[in-house]
Ligand binder design. Structure first.
Ligand SMILES: C[S@@+](CC[C@H](N)C(=O)[O-])C[C@H]1O[C@@H](n2cnc3c(N)ncnc32)[C@H](O)[C@@H]1O
Length: 247
């Protein structure tokens, strides 16, 4: 279904939430709002398959409609991985369960409707977290990343995708301008773009590329690399050393 949520006038002060109406149009919304969305997901699947360790768990935190886990289940056919998708929106989890049973019926994916800040994450070789950390309150992010690092096996990875802020005002303005042009090319009107921007204020809080890298290094990751960057969007691969002090 086409995303038309911000076509009508939205009440002043409305804050964006991942409710039923968003879940209904979510796939169209992400394809038209996140640059390189499909390519990043393809990369996430191939990198996850490279680092997956037998009998470990692959988590997708903020899994929304479960598309990435569905692709992963088709890629990792021989080893029957344990795939877990977690999202705090019941609407998203219901949509994910329906999509998976129609698009990849043989996949064994456990979906949990839980807050990722409080959910149990253990024995992981891969943790995927695309465009979700940006919704976690700033003061909680470092401790949360520290916990994900602990949940990973040695040699395990965190794949993180985020909207990012430029470190200078002039470049930030340029990136926002080109991002809005990207959305216009994808069929969103000025009104839709500005209403959504307002609805996301104080809800989606991006940090700079460097702040994200620093947080990942501080959590303990031995290697942290930007694997994709498009103006104000970035994806990171963070690897936990397989032996202490070794990568
Ligand atoms: C932008 S979407 C993520 C998109 C998805 N990872 C993808 O790449 O298609 C953010 C998702 O994170 C979920 N979310 C936000 N905060 C959360 C939290 N504290 N715990 C669990 N899920 C959360 C939202 O419900 C939403 O489905």
């Amino acid at each position: 279904m086409k995303d038309q949520i911000f076509r009508q006038v939205i009440p002043e002060g409305y804050k964006f939430t991942f409710d039923e109406s968003v879940a209904e149009v979510f796939d169209d919304m992400l394809h038209r709002s996140v640059p390189l969305y499909q390519e990043v997901n393809r990369m996430v699947v191939e990198i996850s398959a490279s680092f997956y360790q037998p009998q470990s768990v692959i988590y997708d935190l903020g899994c929304s409609t479960g598309a990435v886990l569905c692709s992963l289940s088709k890629t990792l056919t021989s080893s029957e991985p344990s795939l877990v998708g977690i999202d705090s929106s019941q609407a998203m989890i219901s949509k994910a369960s329906k999509l998976v049973s129609s698009l990849c019926p043989s996949a064994k994916i456990e979906f949990r409707c839980e807050n990722i800040l409080h959910t149990s994450v253990t024995d992981a070789s891969v943790i995927i977290m695309n465009y979700t950390l940006q919704f976690i309150p700033l003061p909680l992010r470092q401790a949360f990343l520290d916990r994900l690092f602990e949940a990973l096996r040695p040699g395990g990875i965190l794949l993180l995708g985020e909207k990012v802020k430029a470190s200078s005002k002039i470049i930030e303005e340029l990136e926002v301008k080109f991002y809005e042009q990207f959305k216009k090319r994808n069929g969103y009107s000025e009104m839709e773009i500005s209403q959504k921007r307002k609805a996301l204020e104080e809800v989606l809080i991006p940090r700079s590329l460097e702040q994200n890298m620093d947080c990942l290094k501080q959590a303990g990751f031995a290697a942290v690399e930007v694997i994709c960057k498009w103006y104000n969007f970035a994806s990171f691969l963070a690897i936990k050393a397989s032996e202490p002090n070794k990568i």
